[in-house]
Design a protein around this ligand. Structure first.
Ligand SMILES: [Zn+2]
Length: 242
């Protein structure tokens, strides 16, 4: 089995759409297309035809390109069963424990509610990759729009059980703002201070900072490192006000 080709497509102000290609089967999947045109262009430039869209949650900056990509390619759209009424283009409804496939590559669906009530993630265990939408970011986590700190804390425990090498594909370039906030709540963390400096240099050079990894987040992410749901909630409240 060939490794997945994973392409980052920056769109809108700070969104990342992930284009994922399996060279064995020629299947090509898009995670959370905020818009259609740049995604169709990125696929065409590589000679790939989009066969699938996988959505993590209903927010328009994750689903806005669904209809036009489906219109152009006839692809199948998979997404959270709990949010099907808010994603009218959905073909296949999935929920935690379901398995979805891109060629021979298998992803397990995780229920990770909190940012939205039905938010899901897609974990390719054999590929050491997880597509997390707006659940965990580099040194950050998603806002708790439709859920609780207890739910996000439970999500973090699941991420914390993954191996260091697992690549984390989040949907936004929020890293610099997250890092600057994180050092204020964890000022004694040398790994975090170092990472802030590296991120400042990368962003100054116009370079992306994701995907991240579980190992990097375990060392520096205050939401993953929070010892209790109450602590996570307190940090989230501070970040919302920052
Ligand atoms: Zn969102």
């Amino acid at each position: 089995m060939s490794p997945l080709d994973i392409v980052r497509i920056p769109v809108l102000h700070d969104n990342y759409v992930w284009l994922v290609h399996d060279s064995d089967s020629k299947a090509t999947m898009v995670v959370d297309p905020a818009v259609a045109e740049p995604v169709l262009e990125a696929a065409a430039a590589r000679g790939w035809t989009i066969t699938d869209i996988w959505n993590t949650h209903w927010h328009p900056d994750h689903t806005g390109g669904n209809a036009a990509i489906k219109e152009a390619t006839g692809c199948t759209i998979t997404g959270p069963a709990a949010e099907y009424e808010r994603i009218p283009t959905l073909d296949v409804r999935v929920t935690g424990g379901d398995r979805v496939r891109l060629g021979a590559h298998v992803a397990e669906v995780w229920d990770v509610p909190a940012h939205t009530a039905g938010h899901i993630a897609y974990h390719f265990a054999a590929d050491d990759a997880i597509f997390v939408g707006d659940t965990i970011f580099a040194m950050g986590c998603g806002r708790l729009f439709e859920g609780t700190a207890e739910q996000m804390f439970a999500n973090m425990r699941r991420f914390d059980a993954l191996g260091d090498a697992t690549r984390v594909y989040c949907a936004h370039e929020y890293t610099l703002s997250n890092a600057r906030f994180a050092v204020t709540v964890d000022p004694g963390n040398a790994a975090l201070t170092e990472r802030l400096a590296a991120v400042e240099a990368a962003r100054a050079a116009g370079e992306p900072t994701v995907p991240t990894s579980i190992g990097a987040e375990r060392a520096t992410n205050p939401f993953l490192r929070a010892a209790t749901a109450a602590e996570l909630g307190r940090i989230r409240t501070l970040k919302d006000a920052a």
